[in-house]
Design a protein around this ligand. Structure first.
Ligand SMILES: [Zn+2]
Length: 121
């Protein structure tokens, strides 16, 4: 096993997954982080920072959406919900990473609106 820190894809490992291929397998990653524990720490710190920022962004997006929805009239709400449901329905046929959150946001909307009595089934 050999790791090339400049060109990670040129590293070599003889596990079945990476043997003879330009694949960065978990062994290469493990060896890299064993050889450079500080890099591992930096990576984890960066990742945690990214996760926190992502949470903030999600919260911000959610707040914006809630604000937008609250500014709509009942008729506009109806149209927005119909469009959203149609869009979510279309997305169901294509596996999409964003689908989960889309459907989640939609049901959050519905629950929120329903609770406020703005929207009745
Ligand atoms: Zn490997």
């Amino acid at each position: 096993m050999m790791i090339d820190t400049e060109h990670p894809k040129k590293s070599k490992c003889n596990c079945p997954h990476a043997d003879g291929k330009k694949i960065v397998c978990k062994h290469k990653i493990a060896l890299f982080f064993t050889a450079f524990p500080k890099e591992a720490d930096n990576y984890i710190t960066e990742f945690e920072e990214y996760e926190r920022e992502e949470e903030d962004r999600e919260q911000e997006r959610y707040d914006q959406i809630v604000k937008y929805v609250e500014s709509l009239s009942k008729e506009e709400l109806r149209m927005a919900l119909i469009n959203g449901l149609v869009e979510a329905d279309e997305s169901f046929s294509m596996p999409d990473k964003k689908l989960g959150s889309k459907v989640q946001i939609l049901s959050l909307f519905s629950a929120d609106l329903y609770r406020k009595g703005n929207w009745k089934i």
